[in-house]
Design a protein around this ligand. Structure first.
Ligand SMILES: [Zn+2]
Length: 271
């Protein structure tokens, strides 16, 4: 499948293998996405060039974070790859390659075939740890390589689809929708172990992560069963109350509850 074909597919908003491909305008190439939206960029492409690197994007994240494949392909594991440390390369069908560096662990065997969003390894980067290479702090380094062998910026390759999530209008209109839930999923992935797709469609995985967060921080006393009830929503209202919601804590989400929740979700940290 060539890139033109991929672009056509993108307009259809296909979902591939556990990863997410947004609708038109959200991701330029179907079966490719940015699995790290929401993590803070700790090193830009230009900053890499400025210090003599061939280029890359660094995303800060805790050691051991699961690293989803930005696109499907064949996995090659390169242990102790110089300054890059443990490196996983995904060879995509269109001739491009994706590389993640400074891993703390490989999860797939060499030559394994992975789908978009499949977990290929665990992040690392702690200084001096096995696999960290020259890394000075926990992060993943990501770059791509084009079919001619040139290192390219994955965010450029994604055509603007890798810059992060838009803010949700729920903060203004009080109506929850897919953008709000994408931001919630991103937040929960970063803070509460959500590992599903960022697709804006909350299911049991999203709600379980929400309940874990509500238990840890907002006084939710119930089970983590992925089925939110009044106690879950009352906890969400307590979070909303910390962000401007002034109504009752009654477990019934109305427009003002959603607005407070969305005000929290619109923080830059969850882009
Ligand atoms: Zn880097």
């Amino acid at each position: 499948m060539d890139r033109r074909t991929l672009l056509r597919g993108a307009a259809a908003g296909l979902v591939v293998g556990g990863g997410v491909v947004g609708g038109a305008g959200e991701a330029a190439a179907v079966s490719f996405y940015n699995p790290f939206t929401g993590y803070r960029i700790t090193g830009t492409w230009q900053e890499h060039l400025d210090r003599g690197s061939l280029g890359g994007i660094d995303y800060g994240m805790n050691v051991g974070t699961r690293l989803p494949a930005a696109g499907g392909g064949t996995v090659r594991n390169l242990p102790n790859n110089g300054t890059g440390g443990h490196t996983v390369t995904i060879h995509h069908d269109n001739g491009y390659r994706t590389q993640y560096m400074h891993l703390s662990g490989f999860l797939l065997s060499d030559g394994a075939v992975v789908g978009t969003g499949g977990i290929v390894g665990l992040s690392g980067g702690a200084p001096g740890a096995p696999g960290s290479g020259s890394s000075t702090g926990p992060h993943v380094h990501w770059h791509m390589i084009d079919p001619a062998g040139r290192r390219i910026n994955p965010l450029t390759y994604l055509g603007g689809g890798g810059d992060g999530l838009p803010k949700t209008s729920t903060e203004q209109d009080g109506v929850p929708g897919p953008i709000m839930w994408k931001r919630a999923q991103n937040w929960l992935r970063i803070e509460s172990g959500y590992t599903g797709p960022i697709d804006g469609v909350p299911g049991p995985g999203t709600y379980s992560a929400l309940q874990r967060n509500m238990r840890a921080h907002w006084g939710y006393p119930g089970p983590v069963d992925g089925v939110p009830g009044p106690n879950t929503w009352a906890a969400v209202q307590r979070l909303a109350a910390a962000h401007g919601y002034t109504g009752p804590i009654d477990g019934v989400m109305g427009p003002n509850s959603w607005r407070g929740f969305a005000r929290f979700l619109n923080r830059d940290a969850w882009d």
